[in-house]
Design a protein around this ligand. Structure first.
Ligand SMILES: Nc1ccn([C@@H]2O[C@H](COP(=O)(O)OP(=O)(O)OP(=O)(O)O)[C@@H](O)[C@H]2O)c(=O)n1
Ligand SMILES: C[C@](O)(CO)[C@H](O)COP(=O)(O)O
Length: 234
């Protein structure tokens, strides 16, 4: 890949984890001896392509400072009300780094593989087009409720994952404009779509789950233990 391209990462980690119901932010739950956030930062740390890693945590987060990171690329940034606000704060904090591209990856997705992230980066840089990791929907999808239910054709349905990878200035502009107009933005791609920018879908592993509810945590414990085992056998 072109070595002159500057890529920075943003890790939204300022959520409260209400759906996890543990009484503190889920990104600090421990899995196989480390917090979820540390696992996620270890994965991004494998990518020498990244020049900076902005970790966006709540302004009143008292957990982050208890963690020790040797990666000098890590930069603490204050979070916002919603995930999109946190990402925008991350973009502003990276301004002086002047990255060409930015990779946004949820702290709550520690299972991602560096190989999937490299596929996303390489494909998007080659075509000079932003994109996201996504997994094809595998189940039958229903819309409605018991009283009126319909089956949704799933040929073209994808689950959006992270990382999501876009040119820095284009993403910053799209997010700023969409948020200023009160548009609901739940991922970076939705801001880019609103701004009528193209978004590539790069197939990613479906076990790159977002740890959201207690059952996700149980599954993540199993999968992270498996990843550690296969890494020690390499
Ligand atoms: N204001 C916010 C809200 C969320 N996030 C981050 O965005 C990612 C995805 O959000 P989600 O899974 O919804 O996390 P929470 O908002 O913490 O969960 P909940 O909705 O259950 O409270 C998480 O890494 C979370 O820390 C963030 O940086 N800033
Ligand atoms: C960004 C994301 O993980 C893509 O699926 C998702 O939109 C985050 O949603 P959340 O409600 O903030 O967890």
């Amino acid at each position: 890949m072109n070595q002159t391209i500057k890529i920075a990462a943003i890790v939204p980690a300022a959520g409260v984890g209400s759906r996890m119901q543990v009484g503190y932010p889920k990104q600090y739950l421990k899995v196989v001896g480390k917090t979820i956030l540390e696992h996620t930062l270890d994965k991004l740390g494998e990518l020498s392509e990244l020049c900076k890693i902005a970790v966006v945590v709540s302004e009143d987060d008292e957990y982050f400072s208890t963690l020790r990171f040797s990666d000098q690329r890590i930069l603490r940034v204050g979070g916002g009300k919603e995930r999109a606000d946190s990402v925008l704060n991350g973009l502003y904090a990276l301004a002086e780094t002047q990255p060409d591209w930015v990779l946004v990856h949820d702290a709550a997705r520690p299972l991602v593989l560096a190989s999937d992230i490299r596929s996303l980066i390489n494909e998007c840089v080659f075509y000079n087009e932003g994109g996201i990791l996504a997994a094809k929907v595998k189940d039958t999808i229903k819309r409605g409720d018991t009283h009126s239910l319909e089956t949704v054709p799933r040929e073209h349905l994808w689950q959006a994952l992270t990382p999501q990878f876009f040119p820095y200035e284009k993403l910053k502009s799209a997010l700023e404009q969409a948020l200023s107009k009160g548009i609901s933005i739940t991922d970076e791609a939705s801001a880019m779509e609103w701004a009528q920018q193209s978004v590539k879908l790069i197939p990613g592993r479906s076990d790159n789950i977002k740890i959201t509810t207690p059952e996700d945590y149980d599954l993540a414990c199993f999968l992270l233990a498996k990843q550690r085992e296969s890494k020690s056998n390499d």
